[in-house]
Design a protein around this ligand. Structure first.
Ligand SMILES: [Zn+2]
Length: 380
């Protein structure tokens, strides 16, 4: 997730324009749909044979901010077989692999493939939500993808593994109220920070007990909770009447945001804490679980990956992606891409060019395989 920024220079407009030009120069049908001021999804489509399944390739256009980077963020230096710069790993490397595979199948394949370059993945997931909600709405239809596809591959750095499950995210702002007073007579007020201090201690206890409340998931691990922000008071000589914390809770596959929220609220109230309010902030990312419908194409993809990288496997990861939003819209989805999540968002972000090439070759082969969503083509 990135920090909040405003202004066109912080958004994806330049990338969207580049992508539209890239598709148009290759005579590929493309579509620009604004999702919010200055923010757009760019889609492109290769129409396959009648009755062929539709495969969606998703790569997000945005990156996280560049504060604290130790390399020049927007000077894409190539050194030691790697491209260095903000977004190289998350997720322009994956996007480049998808674009290469997509442009290759435009000439040769019978598959129907839609490339969706989505906006606002890092902070609000506006782009993927706009796209998936358009399938069940009469408004904002995308001409190039008016209904849900049959399978989606989401680009994120997975070290060329196939991610079939991942954690989700829910975040809250929790507020306590008090009564302000002159700090020379604190007994005349009610200190909202003191009320919050007890809640923060209890939240730490709750986070340590989470592994007993929520069974661990193989391979995603354990649920977690962390308090990341605290604000309270306005001046040292005023008893504070307000204190707010922000809480991040990672959900395991099988958990729902509503259940997690209810469990935490009930537990806190059982501790007899001072009254508080708790509201959701940011976007809630659902966890991803493997399904019967995603198992076949995931296995197909893995078979092709292993020809390039034999150690690759189906894995679960702690970070949230667009795949769970597609899955919630009824589209079987997996995550696949070059690069490591350890390099994503880092101060010296980079990606291996060889790995991008391997990812492009794997995707091209996958998209060019007839009946790739059927089990019998696994050995093709
Ligand atoms: Zn990403």
């Amino acid at each position: 997730m990135g920090a909040k920024r405003s202004g066109a220079e912080f958004l994806e407009a330049g990338v969207s324009k580049f992508l539209m030009n890239w598709f148009q120069e290759r005579d590929i049908a493309c579509e620009y749909q604004e999702v919010a001021p200055g923010r757009a999804n760019v889609l492109a489509r290769r129409q396959g044979a009648v009755g062929s399944p539709t495969i969606l390739l998703d790569a997000h256009q945005d990156t996280v901010p560049v504060d604290g980077m130790t390399i020049s963020p927007f000077d894409p230096v190539v050194a030691n077989g790697r491209v260095h710069g903000r977004g190289s790993c998350d997720v322009k490397g994956g996007m480049a692999a998808m674009l290469a595979a997509f442009s290759a199948i435009v000439r040769d394949s019978t598959a129907t493939v839609v490339m969706a370059c989505t906006c606002d993945e890092e902070l609000g997931q506006l782009g993927v939500r706009h796209l998936t909600s358009s399938w069940s709405s009469n408004e904002s239809k995308y001409q190039l993808l008016p209904s849900a596809p049959d399978f989606a591959i989401v680009a994120e750095p997975t070290d060329l593994n196939v991610v079939t499950s991942h954690k989700g995210t829910i975040r809250w702002a929790l507020t306590t109220r008090g009564v302000s007073a002159h700090s020379s007579s604190p007994q005349q007020g009610e200190n909202a920070i003191y009320h919050m201090a007890r809640i923060v201690r209890l939240l730490r206890q709750y986070s340590l007990e989470l592994s007993q409340r929520v069974a661990a998931h193989d391979p995603c691990g354990t649920a977690s909770l962390s308090v990341g922000v605290i604000h309270g008071g306005t001046s040292v000589n005023i008893v504070p009447d307000h204190c707010e914390i922000q809480i991040d809770r990672r959900l395991l596959p099988g958990e729902t945001p509503d259940d997690a929220e209810q469990d935490l609220q009930n537990w806190l109230r059982d501790q007899d804490v001072h009254p508080f309010t708790m509201i959701r902030i940011g976007c809630t990312g659902l966890p991803l679980s493997p399904t019967a419908a995603s198992a076949i194409p995931a296995t197909q993809l893995l078979t092709m990956i292993k020809r390039h990288q034999p150690k690759s496997k189906a894995i679960g990861v702690p970070f949230c992606t667009h795949a769970s939003t597609y899955a919630a819209a009824g589209v079987p989805a997996v995550v696949f891409g070059p690069g490591s999540i350890r390099n994503a968002h880092s101060a010296d972000e980079s990606i291996s060019i060889d790995e991008v090439r391997h990812a492009a070759a794997i995707l091209e082969q996958f998209l060019n395989t007839d009946n790739v969503l059927q089990p019998e083509s696994a050995s093709a």
